[in-house]
Design a protein around this ligand. Sequence first.
Ligand SMILES: [Fe+2]
Ligand SMILES: [Fe+2]
Length: 166
Amino acid sequence: MSKKSTEDFSSLIKDITDNKDFDRLNKELHHGITRYDHSMRVARWTYKFCDKFNIKSINETTRAALLHDFFLNEDLADENGAQRLKDHPSKALENSLKYYELNNLQQDIIKSHMFPCSPTVPKYKESWLVSGIDKVVGAYEMLRYKASLYIGIYLLFLFEVIRLPR
Ligand SMILES: [Fe+2]
Ligand SMILES: [Fe+2]
């Protein structure tokens, strides 16, 4: 991103990154990194894509992209992994609406981002865009961070096993 784009992006989301509850996502693990970093990456990629293709709703879409996973694990503590996968968009929307006014487009982006794992079908092209970016970012993060984490643990284990007979 150019310097101006980076500044524009930062000021566009400042009230969200300044929010103490949103900041708690820094302590939530997600795809091997924090949910905060994951959300920022989805928002940044969304902003860049909208900027490049002159999408008019760039500001609303980017802000909704940042809020798409605004939930804490404790919010869904009673649910198993599959239920959490399906239900967290509604929780993210509920949490977002506590602090921000969101139009129909933004609500749809958050609610439908897990389609087809959750039943809400995206209604707008921007919702399809964020849902797609979230999946690509998720796959990238799983490969980059989670796989390397598992390889690291495996190597540590291997070294321990090799060292033991000595
Ligand atoms: Fe999500
Ligand atoms: Fe996500």
